[in-house]
Design a protein. Structure first.
Length: 271
C-alpha cells in the first residue's frame, strides 16, 4: 500500500512541511510511547472515526478521527491500529496559527477535534477524504481545505524562528532574548503562543531530540560522555531529564526503542 507525500506550493509552502497519505504499513495494533517534540500536526484517521491515547493512570482518551495534535512537553502514549491508514499535515514550526484561531499553547499535550477549530468544514473533512478515489485525490482535497482555512496571519514570526533555531543549537534562553533585543518575558510570551512550548521547555525537548538522534542505532552507551557532549551537567542530570520528559530511564529507553529514536514499546500491562 502507498505512502504519498506532497510538498505544497505557494501560498502553503513555508507553512506546510508535508501533506502525507499513508496506508497499510501497520500489520497489527500496537501501543507506543512517543518522545516529546515541538511539532503540531493535523491527522485524519481513514480506518476508524477515532484516535486513542492513554493518560498517566492508563485512562483511555478518545477524540474523533479528524484532529490537530499539539506540541508535546512530555512523552505521550498513543495507539496505532492495524492498517494505520491516515492523511496527515505537518505544519512548519510556529505556523499552525496561520490555520487555527487559538494560541498553539492551548493545544499543548492535547489532541483537539477538528470540528472544534474549524466547525462544519472540520467535521466533514474525514468523509471527504474517504470519498477520494486515489491517494493523490485525497491530498488535493486536504490541500484545498488548508487553503480555505488560512487566516490573515501570513507566516511565522521571524523573531520566533530565530529564537527556535538558536535554542535548538543549545544557546541559553537569556542569551537568545538578548541577541534578539527582547525582554525575556516578551520572548516567552511570543514564543509560547506561536510554538506552544515555553522557550526553556523547547530547549530541553530539543536537547533530548539531539541526544536520541545521536544514539540512533547504538546498543551500548557511555552515558557520562553523552551527557557531557550534549550539555548536561552530569550523568544524573541526564537521567533526571529522561525520567521527566520521557518517563523512562536512559537504560530503559535503549531497551524499548522501536521504529526510530522517538518511538518506544509500551508494555500492554502498563495500560
Amino acid at each position: 500500500m502507498p505512502v504519498v507525500v506532497r510538498r505544497p506550493g505557494p501560498p502553503l509552502d513555508g507553512l506546510i512541511t508535508a501533506i502525507t497519505y499513508r496506508a497499510g504499513q501497520q500489520p497489527c495494533t500496537s501501543v507506543e510511547k512517543i518522545l516529546p517534540g515541538p511539532g503540531t500536526g493535523l491527522w485524519v484517521n481513514l480506518n476508524r472515526d477515532e484516535f486513542r491515547s492513554f493518560g498517566d493512570t492508563g485512562k483511555v482518551n478518545r477524540v474523533p478521527g479528524a484532529m490537530i495534535a499539539g506540541p508535546t512537553s512530555r512523552a505521550s502514549v498513543i495507539e496505532f491500529e492495524a492498517g494505520h491508514a491516515h492523511v496527515s499535515v505537518t505544519f512548519a514550526l510556529a505556523t499552525a496559527r496561520c490555520f487555527v484561531g487559538p494560541p498553539v499553547d492551548l493545544m499543548r499535550d492535547d489532541m483537539v477535534p477538528l470540528d472544534e477549530l474549524w466547525g462544519r468544514s472540520g467535521g466533514c473533512l474525514r468523509e471527504r477524504l474517504l470519498e477520494a478515489l486515489t491517494p493523490e485525490d485525497a491530498l488535493s482535497v486536504m490541500e484545498d481545505v488548508l487553503l480555505r482555512q488560512m487566516t490573515g496571519v501570513l507566516g511565522p514570526d521571524p523573531a520566533v524562528i530565530a529564537a527556535a533555531d538558536a535554542l535548538s543549537r543549545g544557546v541559553p534562553v537569556g542569551e537568545v532574548a538578548s541577541d534578539l533585543g527582547l525582554l525575556p518575558r516578551t520572548l516567552r510570551r511570543r514564543f509560547t503562543g506561536q510554538v506552544g512550548l515555553t522557550p526553556k521547555r523547547f530547549a530541553r525537548v530539543q536537547r533530548m531530540q539531539r541526544l536520541v538522534r545521536d544514539l540512533d542505532g547504538q546498543s551500548e552507551v557511555d552515558w557520562a560522555a553523552v551527557a557531557a557532549r550534549h550539555g548536561y551537567a552530569d550523568q544524573p542530570h541526564l537521567a533526571d531529564e529522561f525520567r521527566e520528559l520521557a518517563g523512562v530511564t536512559p537504560a530503559e529507553y535503549l531497551r524499548s526503542r522501536v521504529d526510530g529514536p522517538n518511538h518506544l514499546r509500551f508494555p500492554s500491562g502498563e495500560r
